[in-house]
Design a protein around this ligand. Structure first.
Ligand SMILES: [Fe+2]
Ligand SMILES: [Fe+2]
Length: 264
């Protein structure tokens, strides 16, 4: 089974790039299942029905989340809907809307997708990500799973590398998200877990993490609370990894797929 994970899709320009790239890529590479990081999928961050529908129409099957998942009320409603293929980080307190893991039923078998936030910088008050994943794996140990994918949404590269080794052999893949900058360390770890520290964003390259660069520099230089804005046109990097999973739910290969596309 071939599973594609698309890194943080940023705003409308990122969605348009997915629409332009994904249908052809799916066909060319015979991709079976597509997961996308959706925390920044709508302008201003968060999730909207329109943005999710657009991405489903483009071929995305499942949506993971992060620290920006709750920024839009309609996105919160979608997180609360058990029928929507959308999750948010699992290590929030119990009353946080939505779920931190779900099982996607596919023609190729059931796929368990887990989303967790790193604690450093992002939320020291959160539950311990490794212990939370242990509990989720324990809860699902009787399930017959074709694959398990963990989206580790975190800042620290050391934590992102370490969690790969911690879960090696127990899950099919550990993919990093959140920094919006791709790392060059994709590999299959010794016991069969595909790993990359960060997939990087699907957003405009002429930007700072997807936001107009002038705004970020002005905020930094002059300490003014300028509102964020996102480029509407330009070159977008579609950032993804393609994981091949064997019949034993272990990864045999991970390939980083980075495609530049122009949005005009
Ligand atoms: Fe993000
Ligand atoms: Fe994030």
């Amino acid at each position: 089974m071939k599973i594609l994970y698309i890194g943080d899709i940023v705003a409308k320009i990122g969605r348009r790039a997915v629409g332009q790239v994904l249908p052809k890529l799916k066909e060319e590479r015979q991709i079976d299942f597509v997961i996308a990081q959706a925390e920044n999928i709508s302008t201003g961050n968060g999730i909207t029905k329109k943005a999710i529908k657009e991405m489903k129409d483009a071929g995305v099957d499942f949506f993971s989340g992060g620290n920006h998942s709750f920024k839009k009320p309609e996105g919160v409603d979608m997180l609360n809907d058990p029928n929507e293929p959308i999750i948010r980080p699992a290590n929030y307190p119990g009353k946080t809307p939505g779920r931190g893991w779900k099982i996607a039923e596919t023609p190729f078998g059931n796929i368990l997708i887990i989303n967790v936030l790193g604690q450093t910088f992002n939320g020291p008050q959160l539950d311990h990500p490794l212990k939370v994943i242990n509990a989720i794996l324990e809860e699902n140990k009787s399930q017959k799973l074709a694959a398990t994918i963990v989206d580790f949404h975190a800042d620290l590269s050391s934590e992102k590398v370490a969690i790969g080794f911690y879960l090696d052999g127990r899950v099919s893949g550990v993919v990093g998200s959140h920094t919006h900058v791709s790392t060059a360390d994709a590999r299959v770890l010794p016991s069969g877990t595909a790993h990359i520290s960060d997939v990087g964003m699907t957003g405009p390259i002429d930007s700072v993490l997807g936001v107009k660069k002038e705004i970020i520099l002005d905020r930094w230089l002059n300490q003014l609370p300028n509102k964020f804005d996102w480029p509407k046109t330009g070159i977008v990097q579609f950032s993804s990894v393609l994981v091949d999973v064997g019949s034993n739910a272990k990864a045999t290969q991970i390939e980083q797929i980075l495609i530049k596309t122009e949005i005009s």
